[in-house]
Write a protein that binds this ligand. Structure first.
Ligand code: PLP
Length: 393
């Protein structure tokens, strides 16, 4: 195998060279603390201000509505705890049943503290329907949290309609847009979203930086206390190089989104067609078109038990893909709750492969993958049938 192929952009993305260049200045020369009043502080402050404007522009927000955090996970924690810890005991929270652990685990924590949580089922196409949301809302629903796009399946959610339904019932609406941002247009000035979580490392920015959009006028309970940075919602000396990198990554993602989306969708469709034509027992999970540009989730009927082996075989060839979700690496071989939430049986939910393309991937890489995948799957079929697995078409 000559060069390596990275098809796991939903897990994380390589740092864009232009982002690293922007960060360099703040790692070396402009090292100041943005809270300091002298020249070094002012330089750092200016870098953070520019980044805030760029991140805001990515989602149609005002810069003052962006709170930088230490990750997408922290942003989601702040959104949910920030609303519910200010709400009366017994307040109702609705989250979809296939949220990322950043939301799911926060919801469970809040549930243990007396919040009444509904885990909203997902349709068989991997989409949460506004009608199903309307059916569970109550007069004491304080917050609805439904992701913009799912990290395992890749399906894009009808966020506009879901947010309207939530508002009609008097609830606030949070969306975890960590996977969607920079790939599909998001505009909080046109969509009634109150809170939106972002993460830099999914858009070719650095790891360990996130942001929460907080609609102007909305009061949240802080979850980190200290010196009062980020309007008191996220105390801590700012990660200036990280924030600057996030800003640059957001700027690039916004300005290149149109061209890049079309390019990556073409690659994804080539992959879809190629796999469908050459691997008879392959099946795809989630709506075919209502999905992130580079995201495919698939399985091989009768071979679900071999998914981790397949991943490792591809890895031996220098090809990085994921099984279900990178976040579940500690749970390899267990059914993915995101897949069972959309009604997949536990066998299929255990054996999915996630292939996520992004910036830098080429047609040659897709062709190379299409060359090796059928034989790799077939080689495992022999193992599977020796063990008595039936291989269904
Ligand atoms: N939300 C979704 C949908 C994600 O895919 C991820 C990361 O995988 C996160 C939140 C967490 O973001 P971070 O890695 O910045 O904590």
């Amino acid at each position: 195998m000559s060069s390596r192929i990275y098809f796991d952009h939903a897990a994380t993305t390589p740092l864009d060279k232009r982002v690293r260049q922007a960060m360099d200045q703040y790692l070396n020369g402009s090292f100041g603390n943005p809270s300091s009043m002298h020249y070094a502080g002012r330089e750092a402050h200016a870098g953070v201000d520019e980044a805030r404007a760029d991140v805001a522009a990515l989602v149609g927000a005002h810069p003052g509505e962006i709170i930088f955090t230490g990750s997408g996970t922290e942003a989601a924690n702040l959104a949910l705890r920030g609303v519910l810890e200010r709400s009366p005991t017994g307040a109702h929270l609705v989250v979809s049943a296939f949220e990322h652990p950043a939301v799911m685990e926060t919801a469970k924590f809040l549930e243990s503290r007396g919040v009444d949580v509904t885990y909203l089922p997902v349709g068989g196409d991997g989409v949460v329907s506004p009608e199903s949301l309307a059916a569970v809302l109550r007069s004491n629903t304080h917050l609805v949290s439904i992701m913009s796009a799912n990290n395992v399946i890749g399906t894009i959610q009808p966020v506009h309609e879901l947010a309207e339904v939530a508002h009609r019932h008097g609830a606030l609406f949070h969306t975890d847009a960590v996977q969607a941002a920079g790939k599909v247009p998001l505009d909080v000035s046109r969509t009634p979203i109150d809170l939106l979580s972002l993460s830099a490392h999914k858009i070719h920015g650095p790891k360990g930086v996130g942001a929460l959009y907080v609609r102007s006028g909305l009061d949240l309970q802080a979850i980190v206390f200290g010196g009062g940075q980020e309007r008191g919602l996220r105390s801590a000396t700012e990660n200036v190089p990280g924030i600057v990198g996030f800003g640059r990554a957001a700027h690039i993602a916004r300005s290149e989104m149109g061209v890049e989306t079309a390019r990556v969708v073409r690659l994804r469709e080539k992959l879809f067609e190629g796999i469908s034509a050459t691997i008879p027992n392959a099946y795809f999970i989630g709506d075919r078109y209502r999905r992130l540009p580079g995201h495919l989730c698939l399985g091989f009927a009768g071979q679900e038990g071999e998914a981790v082996k397949l991943l490792l075989k591809l890895d031996e060839m220098g090809i990085a893909v994921s099984s279900g979700s990178a976040c579940s690496a500690n749970h390899a071989g267990e059914p993915s709750y995101a897949l069972t939430a959309m009604g997949l049986d536990p066998i299929r939910a255990r054996g999915s492969l996630r292939v996520t393309l992004g910036r830098g991937n080429t047609e040659t890489e897709v062709e190379r993958f299409l060359e090796v995948l059928p034989t790799t799957v077939k080689s495992l079929q022999t193992v599977a049938s020796h063990r008595g697995f039936a291989v269904r078409a």
